[in-house]
Design a protein around this ligand. Structure first.
Ligand SMILES: [Zn+2]
Ligand SMILES: [Zn+2]
Length: 347
């Protein structure tokens, strides 16, 4: 049975447990809360873009190899590679064939690996449908089969949504929302699981659009009622209703009646929903590192150790930080059956 989530921090553990909404002067557009997760999601919430990055972690470099691995339409792939290059997540390199370029992850691109690990762990735990996870990870630094942990950078303990306190950082505030951002859902989410079996793809089916994940973010801040979430996000009511009902049907939220006549509901994170915290914390850390210009909007304190921290992803066996270059993969499926190339596999 799913335990009711209360998304609330333990009583008496400080007063700054959630970021205070910045006050807007009269007539001022409230805009969007400055948030490193939102900035990261602007880039990676496009599920195709994230899946292309995933393939690059597996060692894919060329246009045709990306196409074969993902079953992605040509024009879409061209568009996303251009976008990711412009954002400095990829750089183009020349090959021995004139006019044929390849794509390599930059340092900034490689640094998305912890977010990728967090999404994979989430997908493995909740969305594998009783089957073994598609990939087994081997950490070459220690030679062990690894189940990475999202940990506090200060004390290396595993993070848990309920043990974190938030306060405004030097970059706190609001920025007017840009119109026409990438917030629409793809018309057919099932396309994202056309390629190889992947826990990351499965996780992106749930949170692969920005609003869905922003609604989950609000839950981590303790906002669980419709009006409050709506006011915080400045989201159109029909979009919010749609995202909430999807997240309920996917098992991320539990809807609970808290008032009769008129009926009012609140949305509580389930155990599964709370487990998205690793993805939230790793994307926040990435956004702080690469997009916040040394001014993080939000500071996090770990109640477990009392220190400010960022999320780091460490090996559960040797407790060293996980980096892409140290990982090898064992597949639980035949890559040829999916027209995909195998990720760099064990010798
Ligand atoms: Zn700690
Ligand atoms: Zn290890």
């Amino acid at each position: 049975m799913t335990r009711l989530a209360t998304a609330k921090l333990p009583a008496g553990r400080g007063t700054a447990s959630r970021p205070r909404p910045p006050r807007a002067s009269p007539g001022q557009v409230r805009g969007e809360r400055n948030c490193s997760v939102a900035r990261t999601l602007d880039i990676v919430s496009d599920a195709w873009a994230f899946l292309i990055i995933r393939e690059a972690f597996f060692g894919t470099h060329s246009f045709e190899a990306f196409r074969a691995a993902l079953g992605i339409p040509r024009a879409t792939l061209t568009d996303r590679l251009r976008k990711l290059t412009r954002l400095a997540i990829f750089r183009q390199v020349a090959t021995h064939v004139p006019q044929r370029k390849e794509y390599r992850l930059t340092k900034m691109g490689f640094d998305l690996y912890p977010s990728f690990m967090a999404l994979m762990q989430f997908g493995d735990r909740w969305l594998a449908g009783g089957k073994p996870p598609p990939l087994t990870l081997v950490h070459m630094a220690c030679g062990c089969e690894s189940h990475p942990i999202i940990a506090c950078s200060a004390c290396a303990a595993a993070l848990n949504a309920r043990e974190v306190e938030y306060r405004d950082g030097p970059g706190a505030g609001r920025t007017p929302s840009k119109p026409g951002r990438n917030t629409r859902r793809a018309s057919d989410e099932s396309r994202f699981v056309l390629g190889r079996p992947s826990s990351v793809s499965r996780a992106l089916q749930i949170i692969g659009d920005k609003w869905s994940f922003m609604v989950v973010r609000e839950a981590f801040f303790g906002n669980r009622r419709y009006d409050k979430i709506q006011a915080e996000l400045g989201i159109a009511p029909n979009i919010l209703t749609d995202r909430l009902s999807r997240l309920v049907s996917q098992g991320v939220f539990l809807r609970r009646l808290y008032q009769q006549a008129p009926e009012r509901y609140e949305y509580l994170l389930t155990d599964m929903g709370r487990d998205l915290y690793g993805s939230f914390a790793t994307m926040l850390a990435w956004g702080d590192r690469w997009l916040a210009k040394n001014k993080p909007p939000l500071l996090l304190r770990h109640l477990g150790c009392g220190h400010d921290f960022h999320a780091s992803v460490i090996c559960d066996k040797c407790h060293k930080p996980i980096i892409a270059a140290d990982m090898q993969y064992r597949l639980s499926y035949d890559p040829k059956a999916f027209g995909a190339l195998g990720p760099r596999s064990l010798p």
